[in-house]
Design a protein around this ligand. Sequence first.
Ligand SMILES: C[S@@+](CC[C@H](N)C(=O)[O-])C[C@H]1O[C@@H](n2cnc3c(N)ncnc32)[C@H](O)[C@@H]1O
Length: 334
Amino acid sequence: MAMRSFLRSRRSLSRSLLQPDLLRNPNPNPNYVSRSLIPALLPLRSYSPASDPTTKNPIRDAATDEINGFKSSLNPIEVAKFAAIAETWWDPEGPFKPLHLMNPTRVSFIRSTLCRHFRRDPYSPRPFEGLKILDVGCGGGILSEPLARLGAVVTGIDAVEKNINIARIHAASDPSTSSIDYTCMTAEDLVRENQKFDAVISLEVIEHVAEPLDFCKSLGALAVPGGAVVISTINRTMRAYATTIVAAEYILNWLPKGTHEWSKFVTPEELTLILQRASVSVQEMAGFVYNPLTGNWSLSDDISVNYIAFGIKESSSDSEKTRTVAEQKTDFVS
Ligand SMILES: C[S@@+](CC[C@H](N)C(=O)[O-])C[C@H]1O[C@@H](n2cnc3c(N)ncnc32)[C@H](O)[C@@H]1O
């Protein structure tokens, strides 16, 4: 089902690339809201010049400077939001409650896609035995820990020192997670160290970084050729605005107000193209849907709000071919 939906979105993507009208509104999905509507939707949130991408901001501009070809992914405003709530990572009723509730479903997608890709037995208790997995933007370790329990050799990195401290303390309390290597750093820092991983995973982070394309280039560079890249994020649709911002932040108070900026959400089509430019070819996508009656999340082919993508890092000969195609689409993603 998820694959069918993904193929459908790929088909609509190729249609959009062929039609100049659709290029201006690249997502033919009725849930899609053009970026030109953003000002009309913004009165719900307080305006801050610092969050206005058109305002000159020396801290942010310095953070996006290019170092050794890989631009910094740090958005100081976003990083500060997470530093402010770092103590609450493992509070089951705190602001990260939605991530805790979603986690078994996220792990189930990662387990099935990685087992298929790396030819592992999904029914084995430790199917990731020996796989080197990087969790970028690991926060307090909500994902890193189950990955370690599944046998992976996990490295968790995060831009916020407090998150890393919390993650280390929590993992140390259980022998099955105490081997996780947590460090406060960014993906581009690791690229500079020339590190490589069998799988690079970054869940719910891309919507908080400075430049999604540069961030994905770093993720791609960290995966071995033929390795896996998994990203989850929120689609930039009207439904996502209503549920993840209006409902979750303003009505239900699940998340602190201002946690998400709708304009930073990424559509599945954009993510596919961005990853393609990072030499990662998306193979599979699935949506996460929430059932308010049971409080559970499940996998679905509905990718209109929360979704996850699995891709494969191309070999150098593959990426040469892809780059030529992706370069023609530069205007669409930038
Ligand atoms: C919504 S949380 C997701 C945490 C974790 N990935 C999960 O899903 O359980 C986003 C995390 O990304 C981190 N982060 C934000 N920008 C980052 C960057 N440029 N590099 C690394 N981590 C970053 C934040 O500190 C925060 O811990």
